[in-house]
Design a protein around this ligand. Structure first.
Ligand code: 13P
Ligand code: SF4
Length: 383
């Protein structure tokens, strides 16, 4: 007996329930036609993709994802568009429609290499601005204008000008998690994967780092350069504490703890390894720990788990509400309508580009991108 409960309205999934066949969930066989329906054509074009995300998307929900995935992949071809997907995107975006995936530095470098006409940034606003700064002639789209960042909103161009007045001879290193007008006032940008290298590349005894206080403190522990930090924090990573790490280790003996350098320094001290989102991902692939905890945004564990099915993940994580504003639906709409184009006034973009390009021109950071948990802790000035 087939008991059909209606999941669909005008060809659209309305997310209720599914056919139940002898008590077993089954994918509805016949969908209504209409825009983005789960047609036979969509099914044929997407069936092979499901396997990659089968641990995150129940089979019965696939008909809600597949039409969007199919439509986005078609639009990309029609419009010569690429999707740059950050490691914090949900697995459907990351695995099924992302053309380039990685950390902030990797995505910025990919932006400079692509010959696409349109870049869709599946990430937050500062990342889209970085792509636009590097590719002024391309159309850069951000699927949600509300995909911000607590670090980027902790400092303004006016703050930067005040800092420069107060510390006229001290260069400023700005984390890419900042708006274009802040980048325009900086000497050089950095990301979490090259921050120590960038600071040391300047060859000066003292630098100001903005806007992440914890990244600055973690960098200070790794270098002889004196660091003055701006007081911004990542609302996601600042919530992890050293006590959390000790409790997780007690609950999961032998677990390997990886942390992002936006975490407070006492969390870094308690971790086994600290690096950018890419460095954490590479650590898992290279070392295959039996059991691992990633102290970072939640989707990161999902994406790294997809690539490492033989590794067990303990998943205490914090959601980034900004990253989670990017969805398959708004990626589809932004690409279809070419809306939410990132625009930066030319005079700001030119100045910001100098600072971003100066960072990109450095050689790959290698082990300089890793933070030593045993490094001696230093107290630094926070402004
Ligand atoms: P990554 O550069 O390590 O990808 O980090 C970006 C970010 O926003 C982390 O919160
Ligand atoms: Fe910003 Fe933190 Fe979200 Fe990264 S995780 S985008 S730093 S708020």
């Amino acid at each position: 007996m087939v008991d059909t409960l209606n999941n669909w309205e005008d060809g659209h999934w309305i997310g209720q329930t599914l056919e139940v066949e002898n008590g077993v969930c089954a994918v509805p066989k016949k969908m209504k036609t209409g825009a983005l329906a789960y047609t036979d054509e969509v099914r044929a074009a997407t069936d092979h993709l499901y396997e990659q995300v089968s641990t995150f998307i129940p089979k019965f929900e696939w008909p809600a994802y597949a039409p969007l995935v199919h439509a986005i992949n078609q639009l990309k071809k029609q419009k010569n568009a690429v999707i740059l997907a950050h490691n914090y995107m949900t697995p459907d975006i990351f695995a099924l429609i992302g053309d380039y995936k990685g950390d902030s530095l990797g995505l910025a470098i990919e932006a400079t290499k692509t010959d696409a006409d349109i870049i869709v940034q599946a990430g937050v606003h500062f990342m889209a601005e970085t792509s636009k700064i590097l590719c002024p002639d391309k159309k850069v789209l951000i699927p949600s204008l509300r995909a911000g960042c607590s670090l980027a909103s902790s400092i303004t161009g006016d703050d930067m000008r005040l800092i420069k007045q107060r510390y006229p001879n001290v260069p400023i290193v700005t984390y890419v998690n900042a708006t274009a007008d802040v980048k325009a006032e900086t000497d050089i940008c950095c990301t979490s994967s090259n921050a120590v290298q960038v600071v040391e590349s300047l060859g000066v005894p003292k630098v100001i780092m903005a806007p992440d206080e914890f990244l600055a403190k973690n960098v200070a522990n790794m270098t002889d350069v004196e660091i003055i930090a701006w007081h911004g924090r990542c609302e996601v990573h600042a919530r992890f504490s050293a006590t959390d790490v000790r409790e997780m280790r007690a609950a999961h003996p032998g677990v390997v703890v990886l942390a992002h350098p936006e975490c407070p320094p006492d969390v870094v001290i308690e971790s086994d390894f600290t690096g950018s989102t890419k460095a954490m991902s590479d650590y898992v692939s290279d070392n295959k720990p039996k059991n691992v905890i990633l102290l970072t945004e939640c989707s990161m564990s999902d994406n790294v788990a997809m690539a490492n099915p033989d590794v067990d993940f303990v998943r205490p994580c914090n959601l980034c509400p900004h990253m989670k504003r990017i969805t398959l639906q708004n990626i589809y709409e932004c690409l279809r309508d070419e809306k939410h184009e990132v625009k930066i006034p030319k005079h700001i973009a030119i100045k910001a580009r100098r600072a971003v390009q100066r960072m990109i021109d450095l050689p790959p950071p290698g082990k300089k991108g890793h933070f030593d948990p045993k490094a001696v802790h230093k107290d630094i000035k926070v402004i």
